[in-house]
Write a protein that binds this ligand. Structure first.
Ligand code: ADP
Ligand code: MG
Length: 686
């Protein structure tokens, strides 16, 4: 058998192969179609990079991580770098053409491309002409329609593998695939794949689930534990705003920390990543966007502030710890309320039957069997909400046998409408049902993982069809932490709520030694660990501990709207609160109890039916929101949700206090958009 170790040393400068790598190299050299399920950081790239240099024909790598391609190529050993290139939306046409020439001429052996590029007939044709010998599908789980990270462009890889690149062998790579997902990947790529699977058990990682009680408990855990924790770490937080907030609170406690999420400026994100890699930042507080492909071997801990949406995502996130093999800790903060949030969040992702009908109708309205439409045009015509991708809808219609999607024409998708089968409606309903069930099952599996007192490593192993006999000695079930858990320590009992909240709030603001903004005031009144040290000494600290952040925030918003409180510019330009008048204070009432999980209910509440006038107001509000979103550089749903606009349209409030009482209208939204909304409503009076 050929020994590839000398090549490994010569090309990469590594002494020996890591588990699985040599096997991958052999399969690639033999041209065998395979799927490797190997953990993050195990060195999957080398499994195709090495054979790519030895094979006679060039290799194509399909990867969804566009932002990382440049980095990946830049960090290759010189011998590889000069024979590798990438083409994606960040590469200019001239440069891309030069790479395609290099590929045809044999100068380039390794070409990285984004999956959507395969939708361009000319690109696929150039690949055929260059006689691509091997197609690597990185993050191959993205092909699974029922999976946690489906990407519609992955569906088309199959057409290319069955057409222009029929002769190429396939190497699919992923860090997370259950046996069912592995089967689905083979089906999705249209090839029979030999599966190469490593154990998912990470010997050097400790898995802890900490019952944090509620949001305040989570924050307490982070603020009490993170400053003293050794080594670099990542905190994953689901919402962008929370992400910034947690980073800010840690920064105030002297931690070298920065937030990282998709809405931050690209240059700033790159800088944060650089500083983290260089050890200049010890902690990054991030949404899921961070860490994919970030190659930092010495991350000592990962803290999950919210539940991930699936065990797959859990494994990906915690898997960023301890790539150097040294002991590292992975902590999941569990709270009952977040479970409800997760369920709502999971449901939000799946397209609805209604949307699919609208997409189908929009395509039909275009006239003719063959339709060319850009995703944006289709989104507008079918009124697909911003948080979803109309290309996914097309993928589903294709799966239901209603359309066939071809190579793109420029930015436009080209689709052929097929004669609808008699049971089209049932098929679509069944597909959506299955998608929803899959999303639900993923999220229930995640919740069960945290709620069950069974070895955490064993639970993960089982999920991926692997086995492990407890005790593992490395989780909170098999080896409970001995240190006292302040997060779970009994909290002092909350005092009863004051009878006149408005007066308490106004007096608190009047007696502040350091002025506060809305958020600081709410933290003070709620007795939060997030309150500033001087706020923690204020007599009203914790006066509303028995209420909720949302309610107290709404009360403050109401007092702003009635003009009892005003905003002024504080030091450094930050808005702070001041008392404007004390007479005629309104009676502030707690919102009616909505039972368990108010947020879930909010999501579940059926949209009110709108009459014609209300529909017109709703349309006007949406048009306004589109403008506002553009001006603010935010996605529209971050300005206000459709459900909020719909409710406002159905029953327009007369003034700011009325608006402030509406669901979804927090103090910050009132401040930012309240006046605008009233203006739009006034212009559309019945
Ligand atoms: P994956 O794609 O599986 O997450 P990568 O291919 O990005 O992992 O590799 C992770 C890191 O491991 C890279 O820094 C790579 O240089 C390093 N690495 C890969 N193979 C070896 C090896 N045989 N010896 C030492 N380091 C290796
Ligand atoms: Mg990789």
């Amino acid at each position: 058998m050929r020994d590839f170790t000398p090549t490994l040393r010569e090309l990469f400068g590594f002494a020996s192969f890591r588990p699985g790598q040599e096997e991958l190299v052999r399969r690639a050299m033999a041209g065998r179609d395979c799927l490797a399920v190997l953990p993050t950081g195990s060195g999957k790239s080398l499994g195709y990079q090495l054979p790519a240099m030895l094979l006679e024909r060039p290799t194509l790598v399909v990867s969804p991580l566009i932002a990382l391609m440049r980095d990946q190529v830049a960090h290759m050993p010189p011998g590889l770098r000069e024979r590798a290139a990438f083409v994606n939306s960040t590469v200019e046409a001239g440069e891309a053409a030069a790479h395609m020439h290099g590929l045809a001429a044999g100068r380039i052996k390794l070409l990285y491309a984004a999956p959507e590029r395969l939708r361009q007939a000319r690109f696929a044709e150039a690949l055929r002409a260059a006689r691509i010998g091997m197609v690597v599908v990185d993050e191959a789980h993205c092909v699974a329609l029922w999976g946690h990270d489906f990407r519609p462009d992955y569906l088309f890889i199959r057409s290319v593998l069955g057409g222009p690149l029929r002769e190429a062998s396939v190497m699919a790579l992923t860090a997370t695939a259950t046996p069912e997902t592995a089967t689905e990947i083979g089906r999705g790529l249209g090839r029979e794949l030999e599966v190469l699977r490593a154990s998912v058990v990470r010997e050097n990682l400790r898995y802890d689930v900490v019952q944090a009680g509620n949001e305040e408990g989570r924050l307490r855990h982070v603020l009490e534990r993170v400053p003293g924790r050794a080594g670099p770490g990542i905190i994953y937080v689901r919402a962008r705003e929370r992400c910034e907030r947690v980073a800010e609170l840690l920064r105030r406690r002297g931690v070298a920390v920065a937030p990282y999420h998709a809405l931050l400026d690209r240059a700033l994100r790159a800088e944060t990543q650089e500083r983290f890699l260089a050890g200049d930042l010890r902690v990054v507080v991030a949404t899921t966007a961070f860490g994919m492909g970030v190659d930092k071997p010495d991350i000592r801990w990962v803290l999950l502030y919210n539940y991930p949406t699936s065990i797959e995502e859990y494994v990906q996130q915690v898997g960023r710890a301890g790539r150097d093999g040294r002991p590292s800790t992975c902590t999941l903060l569990a709270t009952a309320g977040d479970g409800a949030n997760l369920r709502a969040f999971a449901r939000r992702d799946a397209p609805t039957v209604h949307e699919l009908r609208q997409v189908w109708a929009a395509l039909r309205a275009a006239g003719g069997e063959d339709v060319a439409v850009t995703p944006d045009e289709l989104r507008a015509a079918a009124e697909i909400p911003e948080e979803r991708d109309p290309r996914v809808h097309c993928g589903l219609l294709e799966r239901a046998g209603l359309v066939e999607r071809h190579f793109d024409a420029g930015p436009a998708m080209r689709l052929t409408l097929l004669p609808p089968p008699a049971d089209a409606a049932e098929r679509v309903a069944a597909l959506v049902g299955r998608l929803e069930a899959a999303a639900r099952a993923r999220c229930e599996a995640m919740l069960a993982f945290a709620a069950t007192a069974r070895c955490r490593h064993q639970q993960v192993a089982h999920h991926f069809g692997d086995s492990l006999v407890p005790p593992c000695g490395r989780c909170d079930v098999c080896a409970p932490l001995r240190e006292a858990a302040p997060a779970a320590a009994p909290r002092p009992k909350a005092p009863p709520l004051p009878a006149d909240p408005a007066r308490v709030i106004v007096e608190a603001v009047a007696s502040l030694r350091w002025p506060l903004g809305v958020r600081g005031l709410v933290a003070l009144l709620r007795g939060s660990v997030a309150a500033s040290p001087s706020a923690q000494r204020h007599p009203a600290f914790g006066a509303f501990a028995a209420s909720s952040d949302a309610t107290v925030g709404r009360w403050v918003a109401e007092l702003l709207a009635t003009g009892h409180l005003v905003r002024m510019e504080g030091e450094g330009g930050y808005p702070v609160l001041a008392v404007a008048r004390r007479d005629g204070l309104p009676e502030l009432a707690a919102p009616p109890a909505r039972g368990r999980g108010p947020r879930t209910e909010a999501v579940r509440a059926p949209a009110p039916a709108l009459d014609a006038a209300a529909e017109a107001r709703f349309a006007a509000l949406r048009a306004w929101r589109a403008e506002a979103a553009k001006a603010a550089g935010l996605p529209a749903y971050m300005i206000l949700h459709d459900s909020t606009l719909r409710e406002i349209a159905a029953d327009p409030p007369p003034d700011l206090p009325g608006l402030a009482r509406r669901r979804g209208m927090g103090p910050r939204k009132i401040e930012a958009w309240g006046q605008d909304l009233l203006t739009v409503l006034a212009a559309n009076r019945p």
